[in-house]
Design a binder for this molecule. Structure first.
Ligand code: AHR
Length: 511
C-alpha cells in the first residue's frame, strides 16, 4: 500500500470527550445480571453476591457510566418489584426475553455495585406498560432525600442517603414493534414530555434522554426524531441512538466499513435535532446519547433464538462470541464515537457481561475478556481529552454493507478509506492515535505529521491483530487475541512513522 498521510495541528479540534462517552449497559437479560455481575454462590462473590472477578475486569475495562435496567426489559418493569426485602420480591414473567425475572437484584443493589465498579449509574424508566406516574415515583424513591413516603421507604430499605442519579432515559426503543407497548412518535412525544416535566419538578438537577428511533434502518427513522423533539425539545438534554453492526453478508471489508455509517447516522441525527432548534429559533443544542452500540448478529438470527422454552431464569441467550474481525469493526465504532465528541456526549457499549459482552463467565470458572474488550478499554483509558480534527490522505475501497437475508432494511454503498483514525490530546499534552487498518492483506505505512503538538517520543504502541480473522478468546484460551507491542514506530521532527499490520487495530501514544 502507498504511504498514508495524516496531519494533526494544535488547536484544530473537534471537541472534548465527555467522561460519559465511555459507558456500558447492564440489562436484566440472559446472564448479564444473574451469573454475570451477581452470583452469590460463586467463589469470588462478596457479601452482596457481587462477583469480584467480574468487578476486577469491569474496573480494567473502565466504563464511566452504566445504563440499567434495560433495554427491552424496562418497558415491562415495575421498579417496586426490585426493592425491599428480597424474600418479599415477586417473580414475574419477562415478556421482553421470555424469561422469569426473580427480582433478587434491583435498583439499590445496582447502585451499590456501581460504587464498587467506579461507574456512574444511568437509569431508564418504563414508558411502555407504565408511564409518567411510575417514573416520578421511581425518581422520588431514588433521589429525594427524606420526609416523603417513597424517600423514607428507600431509607427503611437500608439506603439512607439519596442515590443522586443524574442521567435518566425516558423509556427504550419505543418505536420498535418488539417493545412492550410500543408507541407512535406522537404518543411517545406526549408521554415523554409529561414525564420529563414531572421528573424535573422533583429533581431539577437531572438530565434526560428521549428515545430516538431504534435504528437508522427503521422506517420510523428521521420523522420519529423530528416529532419527538418537537414535543420534548425544551425538556430534554439528549436524544438516543442505537446501532448494532453486523456481518450478515459474510463480507469482512463491508463489515469493516460499517462504522462509517455510524458517522453518517450521528450526523443525520444532529441535523434533525438542529433543524428542530432552528424551527424554534433556539440556540439550545440537543446532544446525542448513543446508549446502545456494539457488534451483534450471530445470536439473533430469528426470534426463537433469543429464548429457551419454559420461562427459564437467566437463560444463556445472546451470548455472542466475538472474533478478531468483530474487534476491528468494534474499533471502527470507537473511532466514530470519538470523532463526534462535540455532539455525542453519552455512549453505552451494549452490554457488559455475557450478553453481547466484552466480559464472559462460564460454569463457575473465572471471568475472561472477549476480543472487543481491548479496543473499549484502550478508548476509555486513553480517549479522554480533546479530539483533534485529522486530515487523512488514504487510499479507499468501494463496498456495499447490506443484509442478504432481507430482514433488515440495510443496503448502503460505502467508499471507505483503508485508514480510520481518531487522535485525542490529553491534559498532559500527550496525543493518542487510534488507528484501524482495514486492508485485509497489506500493511499500511502510516506517516503522521504533527504541528505545534510537541510530540517528541513514542510512549507506547500496541496492535491488536491475528492472522485468523475468525480467531476468538474462550475460557480455556482467553489470550488468543490480545494486544501486542507494535514494533518499529518512530518519531522525529514532529513526524511519526509506523507500519500498521493488515487488518489491525492500533493505539499509538505520543508524548
Ligand atoms: O441490547 C439488547 C437489546 O437491543 C436491548 O434490550 C434493546 O434495547 C435493543 O433492541
Amino acid at each position: 500500500m502507498r504511504d498514508v498521510h495524516v496531519r494533526l495541528r494544535a488547536g484544530v479540534v473537534i471537541g472534548e470527550t465527555d467522561p460519559r462517552l465511555f459507558g456500558a449497559f447492564v440489562e436484566h437479560l440472559g446472564r448479564c445480571v444473574y451469573g454475570g455481575i451477581y452470583e452469590p454462590e460463586h467463589p469470588t462473590a462478596d457479601a452482596n453476591g457481587f462477583r469480584r472477578d467480574v468487578l476486577a475486569l469491569v474496573r480494567e475495562l473502565a466504563p464511566t457510566i452504566m445504563r440499567y435496567p434495560g433495554g427491552n426489559f424496562v418497558s415491562g418493569y415495575n421498579w417496586e418489584d426490585g426493592v425491599g426485602p428480597v424474600g418479599n420480591r415477586p417473580k414475574r414473567l419477562d415478556l421482553a426475553w421470555l424469561s422469569t425475572e426473580t427480582n433478587e437484584f434491583g435498583t439499590n443493589e445496582f447502585i451499590d455495585w456501581c460504587k464498587l465498579a467506579g461507574t456512574e449509574p444511568m437509569l431508564a424508566v418504563n414508558l411502555g406498560t407504565r408511564g409518567a406516574d411510575s417514573a416520578r415515583h421511581f425518581l422520588e424513591y431514588c433521589n429525594h432525600p427524606h420526609g416523603t413516603m417513597l424517600s423514607d421507604l428507600r431509607r427503611a430499605h437500608g439506603w439512607d442517603a439519596p442515590h443522586g442519579v443524574k442521567l435518566w432515559c425516558l423509556g427504550n426503543e419505543m418505536d420498535g414493534p418488539w417493545q412492550m407497548h410500543a408507541r407512535t412518535a406522537e404518543e411517545y412525544g406526549r408521554v415523554a414530555v409529561e414525564t420529563a416535566k414531572m421528573m424535573r419538578w422533583i429533581d431539577p438537577s437531572i438530565e434526560l434522554a428521549a428515545c430516538g428511533s431504534s435504528g437508522r434502518n427503521m422506517p420510523t427513522f428521521g420523522a420519529w426524531e423530528h416529532t419527538v423533539l418537537e414535543h420534548c425539545f425544551d425538556h430534554v438534554e439528549y436524544i438516543s441512538l442505537h446501532t448494532y453492526l453486523n456481518n450478515y453478508a459474510g463480507d469482512v471489508p463491508a463489515f469493516l466499513a460499517s462504522p462509517d455509517l455510524m458517522d453518517n447516522f450521528i450526523e443525520e441525527v444532529v441535523s434533525i435535532a438542529d433543524s428542530v432548534a432552528a424551527g424554534k429559533r433556539s440556540g439550545k443544542r440537543i446532544m446525542l446519547s448513543f446508549d446502545e452500540w456494539n457488534v451483534w448478529y450471530r445470536t439473533r438470527r430469528n426470534r426463537d433464538e433469543r429464548t429457551l422454552p419454559g420461562w427459564p431464569v437467566a437463560p444463556p441467550i445472546l451470548e455472542e462470541v466475538y472474533t478478531m474481525a468483530d474487534a476491528l469493526a468494534f474499533g471502527g465504532a470507537c473511532i466514530a464515537l470519538l470523532n463526534h465528541a462535540d455532539r455525542v456526549k453519552v455512549a453505552c457499549l451494549a452490554q457488559l457481561v455475557n450478553v453481547i459482552a466484552p466480559i464472559m463467565t462460564e460454569d463457575g470458572g473465572p471471568a475472561w475478556r472477549q476480543t472487543i474488550f481491548y479496543p473499549f478499554a484502550q478508548m476509555s483509558h486513553f480517549g479522554r481529552g480533546r479530539v483533534l480534527r485529522a486530515e487523512i490522505d488514504s487510499p479507499v475501497y468501494d463496498t456495499t454493507y447490506f443484509d442478504p437475508r432481507g430482514e433488515q432494511d440495510l443496503y448502503f454503498p460505502v467508499t471507505a478509506p483503508y485508514l480510520k483514525l481518531a487522535a485525542v490530546q490529553d491534559q498532559n499534552d500527550g496525543v493518542t492515535l487510534f488507528a484501524l487498518n482495514r486492508h485485509l492483506t497489506e500493511p499500511m505505512p502510516l506517516i503522521v505529521t504533527t504541528t505545534g503538538l510537541g510530540a517528541k517520543a513514542i510512549r507506547a504502541a500496541r496492535s491488536l491483530h491475528h492472522p485468523d480473522l475468525n480467531a476468538s478468546n474462550t475460557r480455556d484460551a482467553p489470550d488468543t487475541v490480545r494486544p501486542a507491542p507494535l514494533d518499529g514506530a518512530s518519531i522525529g521532527g514532529g513526524t511519526m512513522r509506523a507500519t500498521l499490520p493488515p487488518a489491525s487495530w492500533n493505539v499509538i501514544r505520543l508524548g
